[in-house]
Design a protein around this ligand. Structure first.
Ligand code: BGC
Ligand code: ZN
Length: 364
């Protein structure tokens, strides 16, 4: 079967590879799920992998099958699989367990080991192919009524984890009811975080570079957020210091700048994956003083486990009720068929207005 692959650490190596079709018996104990791939999304991580900055092939291979944002339909299940059956729509988690205690309790997103295993990113082949087989433990059901949003389940899970982690960490305050949140960045993680926070009743400012009106401002505002651009300091003068900041710009300088505007008892969650070498000047005395005097919190959040996928799917469903038809506007740029891998990469790299590039692998 066909697959879109790259040679990690070799810039611009995207190509079509040939793989053997996987079998249910590749997964032990009758726990296999064979999935026909329908759609696979790409994001900035895939762009960095194709630029040769990030990612590694599985041991014994000189190429890596791309794709960590998957949507498909179950074709076959092993005798010990209960929660999905043939004909169900599904998505699949990205990380696979290593050896730490976190890995062993289903929280490989929190692994304490340096080496992490991620399908389509690091040491494991991804989903950008015709079929895959995985352990039922990693396969999440997507309701048929959300089929049109299924390819967003993975980025949604990442945003969901980030927001959940912040609320979890803020239990340190006994009472914490964030009123004003900034979401920095209006890519998929920024917009989906905007949705999640709006569903929790927070006043959200989605802060991005592009002047409105544009598609991103249209989506953020349809979720009931305010889309603004300008310097964080100026915006904070207008809104008051935010209680919560979700950083999703992909720019580490902005991640640090966020620390200069956060309110007392507030929290920032960083989600950007920055493979580069950027350096920047930071007002360390000022930040240190304000952060100590204000009991402020910074946390990083990566990846997502099975439960974050479920919560993300449930919030996408709630999003369809509160803001019908909005989330699908993120799906700007379909590419038809694995054979069009060059076009997929071209859109991902060049099309500045593309919000989500994804490959329609098969009908279904
Ligand atoms: C993926 C995550 C992954 C992270 C780091 C992101 O693009 O969505 O699942 O953990 O990259 O590799
Ligand atoms: Zn991603």
């Amino acid at each position: 079967m066909k697959a879109i692959a790259v040679k990690p650490r070799n810039p611009n190596s995207v190509h079509l590879a040939e793989l053997a079709k996987p079998k249910l018996s590749d997964v032990p104990n009758g726990r296999g799920v064979l999935v026909k791939v329908l759609k696979v999304g790409v994001d900035a991580t895939d762009r960095e992998i194709n630029e040769g900055l990030y990612g590694n092939p599985p041991p014994g291979y000189d190429f890596l099958v791309m794709g960590h944002e998957s949507f498909g339909i179950v074709e076959e299940v092993g005798p010990n699989v209960r929660h999905v059956k043939p004909g169900d729509y599904v998505t699949c988690t990205v990380r696979r367990p290593g050896g730490s205690i976190f890995d062993r309790i289903g929280h490989s997103d929190m692994t304490s080991e340096e080496t992490y295993y991620e399908r389509g990113i690091n040491l494991l082949h991804g989903y950008m192919t015709e079929h895959y087989v995985d352990d039922a433990e990693f396969v999440i059901r997507v309701p048929a009524a959300l089929k049109h949003l299924g390819v967003l389940a993975e980025p949604m899970s990442v945003a969901e984890k980030a927001v959940q982690q912040v609320y979890e960490a803020q239990r340190r305050l006994q009472v914490w009811e964030p009123k004003v949140a900034y979401v920095l960045g209006s890519g998929q993680i920024g917009l989906l975080s905007t949705l999640i926070l709006r569903l929790r009743g927070v006043e959200v400012y989605t802060i991005a570079r592009g002047a409105k009106p544009n598609l991103k401002s249209e989506i953020a505002e349809a979720y009931g957020a305010k889309y603004v651009n300008g310097s964080l300091a100026d915006i904070a003068k207008q809104t008051g210091a935010p209680d919560l900041i979700v950083e999703a710009t992909g720019n580490s300088a902005i991640a640090f700048e966020a620390m200069t505007v956060l309110g007392r008892n507030g929290a920032i969650v960083w989600t950007s994956i920055t493979g580069g070498q950027r350096k920047t000047e930071v007002p360390t005395d000022k930040i240190n003083l304000e952060w100590v005097l204000g009991n402020k919190l910074l946390l990083g959040s990566v990846n997502a486990n099975f439960r974050h996928f479920e919560a993300g799917i449930s919030d996408m469903a709630q999003g369809e009720i509160f803001y019908p038809g909005v989330t699908q506007k993120i799906l700007t740029t379909p590419v038809n068929g694995l054979d069009n891998y060059r076009e997929m990469m071209r859109q991902l790299v060049e099309a500045k207005e593309a919000l989500k590039v994804y490959v329609n692998v098969a009908e279904g």
